[in-house]
Structures are given as structure tokens and as C-alpha cells.
Design a protein around this ligand. Sequence first.
Ligand code: NAD
Length: 473
Amino acid sequence: MATSKAAIPPFEVTPLDVISAVSSNARAAFRSHKTKDLQWRLNQLRKLYWALEDYKPAYLAALKQDLNKPGFESVFTEIDWVKNDCMFMIDNLETFAKTEKLKSPHVPTTYSMLNFRIKKEPLGAVLIIGPYNFPVQLLLAPLVGAIGAGCTAVIKPSELTPASAMVMKEMMESRLDRDAFAVVNGGIPETTALMEEKWDKVMFTGSPQVGSIIARKAAETLTPVCLELGGKNPAFVTKKANLALAARRLMWGKCLNAGQVCMNHNYVLVDKDVVDTFIEFLKIAYKDNFPNGAKASSDLARIVNVRHFNRIKKMLDETKGKIVMGGEVDESELYIEPTAVLVDSIDDPMMQEEIFGPIFSIYPVDTLDQALNIAHEVHKTPLSLMAFGDKSETSRILHEMTSGGASINDSYFHGAVNTVPFGGVGDSGWGAYRGKASFDNFTHLRTVCETPTWMDRFLRVRYMPYDWSEYRF
Ligand code: NAD
């Protein structure tokens, strides 16, 4: 029976002295070769799917406890999200895992008689470290890729969302293969201890600061890493944009999970001729979303803890910008009102730091050139980018500014479909997952060449002494 709301156990940190054993279990399970069997992988994916269904009430309660996450968001961005990932992987696994045969290699005729193939091999025992903002999705969606690829895995949820972490531990231990998959709970000491172990890949989702610590540690043992990081994502709103639509969609992006979304826009570069109208539309969107005020609504999550609440509040206190919408904060509820701040300098804290909360900074610009220059200066390789304008303007923005992913005339909806690759570029992330990329993320493409024994006479040319006299000098 899955944990009920009342029964979510108190947070229990995994003892440091068992972490080495957890990691060697995962390595031993991989060495048993059972994960290489496709049926075994499919069974684990089916078990994960049904476990998520059975544990839905427990996750809903845990996510409410951890982040006051609205039930709708918990289902669609966490629980059903991962269930859809499971279905996608189950439906496609056989195709993804199939050894590819090279039909007609572009090589001399003799070579075409060799049997070249590309085997899809699981990388091995992998470590998956997650952040707090989507405590189910961002641990288990990578896990779907690891299971599909045939890896064993240890996952480390964020200690900032302890209820979700405990539900996950119980679910994993009771439903999945216990040798192959494990959960380690804890914070910095436990993650540090996990990073002392040898892994075949580490997948980290979190802040760039910690991502850099993980990458440096992994480099000591040349362990490959996939990093899914954050950044300072721009949104562009030109004069020709549909302003009402831009305001409504950007407002939605800022309010989902109370703005604690890595792809969220950190700042909006708005043509100065339309900035007042844009702000008016934002206020309308606010009212439409929260007719009785955001604080009274059960559809706005809360900030994860006092430290993050104070971090965001400090930005509001220190900005030189003008608050043009919202601005209320209440520490007792970890509530931050959806807020818009008009700024005029890239040195403003609103522009310099990742906000990761329900606050807009709006920067009026004279031209699209100026907007692009500011975006480049603030962060030249953001995780996402959102462009509102006419076709030629949005094409120009896409052409002149890179990002991990991008949405045209929308908030970060490019990240909403889990069958396309998701990842950063440059310092917003290394590697990608979701869809087939989830499988590839944990797969080694191993080229195998099988040379028929009878072929040696055709290969005579490669043996010494070479008889191509024109090349002998
Ligand atoms: P974080 O980097 O503080 O923590 C992530 C994980 O690292 C946690 O499990 C934590 O326990 C561990 N950790 C923290 N400090 C550590 C240290 N010094 N050594 C070893 N491990 C450590 O991130 P967060 O605050 O939980 O999440 C917010 C950040 O994550 C934001 O920057 C956001 O943009 C980013 N994020 C990125 C994505 C993405 O897919 N690109 C998704 C969600 C969040």
C-alpha cells in the first residue's frame, strides 16, 4: 500500500557510512548483466509507471507539503509527466536499442564485406542528482532514460523537498529492483560522498555553481557528466508582438510553480514604445489568473524555504527599479506575489542573478539591436529564450542569439513536450535528455567490426611489406 498523506515519514538522511555500499551494489548489479535484457528493462519501466499511479496521492500530498504545489501542476508537470516518459520509452525501446547494421559503408568495396554494426550499450552504474523545484520529474525522467538504456542507478533527491524525497525512497524501494536502483537522501555531505564513488556517468540538474563543483569532481576520474543547469533567460517583446498574448503567456510562465522553473524568463526586453501597454496587459493577466488575489489562490505554489524566500526578497529590496505590479511578500507563508519591476540597467540585481521566483524584470529598449546586445551581455548562452514579435523579428532573434531551447510567441513551452531533446548550451548545460535523447544520454555507441575469416586474401594489401611503391620514399 502506497504511503498516504498522514503517513509521509519524517526526512531521514542516508547514513554516510552506507553510501559506498549503495554505490558498489549498483556496480555489482550492472555486472550481473541483468539490466541488459530488454524485457527486464521494460518490466522495470512498467513497474515505475504503475508505482507512480499508485503513489499519486502520496506525491500530491508531499508536493503540497514541500512547495504548496497546486494539484493540477503536480499531476501534469510531475507525476503524469514521468508516466508519459515511461510510456514513450516502453513504446520505443526496441527501436532505440536495436543494433544498427551498416548497409553500405562509404569505403572500398572490400570493406563492404565486413560486418560493421553499432551496438547500443548501457554505460553502467549512474548517479542522478536532482534539484528542488520539480522533485519528482527531474529525478525520475532521467531515471526513465537510465532504465531504458540498461543502466543501474542511484538517485539523490534534493534535501529541500524532504516529503517528496521520502515518498520517492519508499516507492523505489518497494517497487523497483532493489539491487539495480536506490535512493540516497541528504544534502551536501551525502552528495559529496556519492561523488567520491566511481560512476559511469553522473547526471546533475541544479544550479551552475553546484554544477561546476560536480563537473570538477567528475573530471578527477574522467567520469562523463550531463549537466542541466540554470541561467538568465531573456524574453523579447517587440512593437509588433501581440501584447495581450505576450503578457498572458509570460505571466503564466512566471506563476507556474511560483516561478521556480529553470527555463523561466529572468527579464523581458520590451520595446519602449509599448512598455506601458504591456504592463497594463500584465495586470489584466494577473487579475484573470487570480481573480481574488494571488495570495488567496490555491493555484500559486510557495517558495521552497526561508533561505530562498529571503534571497528573492533581497533582490526586491536592492533593485533600483520601480515595482509596477505586485510586490507583496509574506515570510510566514513563504509567499511572494507575482511582481513586475521596471529596470534600466543590466547591473540591477534583477538582471544579474537568476530570479527563480514569480518576479518579472522589464527592461525597456529602443531597438531590437539594443535588446540583442543586452541579452548577449547578460548571458550569451542561456537555457531558454522566448521571442514575441512578427516572423522576421522572431527569426532574427533566433538567428542572432543562441539558447538551450526557444519558444516563439510563447513562454518556455518548448520544454513542455517530453519527446523532444531538452538541454542547455555552453554554460547552461552539457548534454540533453527526454524522448530518444534520454536513451542516448545513458548509452554508449559501440562500433563493432566482424571480419570474416575467409577474407584474408582480400585484405592482403594492408599487410607489410606494402607494395604501393609510389608511396615508398
Ligand atoms: P542546487 O544546485 O543548489 O542543488 C542541486 C542538488 O545538488 C541538490 O540535490 C543538492 O543537495 C546538491 N548540492 C547542493 N550543494 C551542493 C554542493 N556544494 N556539493 C554537492 N552537492 C550539492 O540547485 P537547486 O537550488 O536545488 O535548484 C535550483 C537550480 O537548478 C536553479 O539554478 C535552476 O535553474 C536549476 N535547474 C535546472 C534545470 C534544468 O533542467 N536545466 C531544472 C531545474 C532546476
